[in-house]
Design a protein around this ligand. Sequence first.
Ligand SMILES: Nc1ncnc2c1ncn2[C@@H]1O[C@H](COP(=O)(O)OP(=O)(O)OP(=O)(O)O)[C@@H](O)[C@H]1O
Length: 505
Amino acid sequence: MLFTRIVDTSVAVGATRSRKAKIGALQTLLAELDSTDIDTVVSWLSGELPQGRIGVGWRTLADIDVAPASVGTLTIAEVDGAISAVATTSGSGSAARRRELLVELLASATADERQFLVRLMTGELRQGALEGIMTDAIAKAAGLELAPVRRAFMLSGTLSATATAALTKGAEALAQFGLEVGRPVRPMLASPAETLEAAWNELDGDVSVEYKLDGARIQVHRSGHDVHIYTRTLREITDSVPELVELIRGLPCTSVVLDGETLALTDSGRPRPFQETMSRFGAQSTHELLLRPYFFDCIHLDGVDLLDEPLHTRLDALARVAPGHRIPALLRPDADAAAAHFDDALGAGHEGVMIKSLSSSYAAGRRGRTWQKVKPEHTLDLVVLAAEWGYGRRTGWLSNLHLGARDPDGGPPIMVGKTFKGLTDALLQWQTDEFPQHERSRDEHTVYLNPDLVVEIELDGVQVSSRYPGGVALRFARVLRYRPDKSAAEADTIEAVRSLLLPST
Ligand SMILES: Nc1ncnc2c1ncn2[C@@H]1O[C@H](COP(=O)(O)OP(=O)(O)OP(=O)(O)O)[C@@H](O)[C@H]1O
């Protein structure tokens, strides 16, 4: 199939706001694909290269000055082959050779194709990860129910493998995706609760009320002596956290998969800042701060998969295998005890609590009502679109941030406000050093970024605004911290922002 067909579909999906029309366009394309192209095309449309990151930056591509082809003649296989050639060219003289390969590819591309390729190679399309829509389209194109497609995606962690199985071999192939110890599962997520009481009532008090720790998510897999540890985005960090590996090896079991949070504590037992925990996940982790695990779920134990078991059964398993490393939790507290637990969590320096239905199974990758988070403040994870140069004391630093919410349908982020509040000198310095690496363009006052950094913003609420394209603006926004554990595709959506709308005054 011609590459231009993929680009046309991507443009059509971006041009409509109708979810149905988007699914329809993807479904038609998926149904027409040769089976050998499914993997590549689904990766591309999700904003990923099958080759992974290939180290080609915005600047390199912008500097290539070739006239576009008038007709699209490239095939999917040719484009994929060219990108593979770039990815595998290394060693001395490779920069020039990689450029030659890129020039050759872009010279054969039409203007639309070129735009798609540039966004794909620089990672910008990742912003438009169309997970929800793509799972629907895969199910429809394969003539299957949505549930088995979603489940296969949760277990395989990739849409392309899910699509290939669904479209070439159908339901039976999807059912083959089981929990595999050693292969990370997409983590279960929570929805914000209105209030603690509302969540307790909604779940009929049949709940586990747990501290919500302000650390970093970990998923731990052990088979025999073999241990692997993954982050929330399924990145393996085993080598950075030897103390956790050791601790897991000591648990009384032959195989286990645990879900939890990790963080470092101060000498007085209070949580250390989130940034310090995250710094342990980097390649040059110094191991000065010891991380502790706090587990809240067990989805496999000693050869038995527990994903479909209710939470109370999974917590029993957790109590058997890691009794000393559970997150502080109360089972079936009355409403007063739940409220007291919330106060205790805040008093101990934690973020709030999670309220979880004890009868719910582990449904990964989707925010549901069976896990609800209760926090005292509103926070949103937003994408940094640009930063303005500071003035006065902040001269020379990139300061005022332009913030965007995710378009759930995969379009570019939608600007919802600006802030420079909450930025410490250390963060200002970090922004000034880091942002040029994400730069797309600049003018006298502002550096515009590729939308791939996520920042957590605390705010009082949201108000109606004609200034911003989404019709809403943040009120009293302040920066809490950056979220290197999140990609732009996981930022909060414009709908999440709108749900905080205050009655206008
Ligand atoms: N007891 C707990 N149970 C589940 N998750 C917990 C718990 N304590 C802390 N967490 C953290 O909270 C996150 C779940 O909240 P949520 O689904 O809202 O993710 P999030 O978008 O990262 O939220 P936030 O920005 O509030 O951390 C988990 O990814 C985990 O890192």
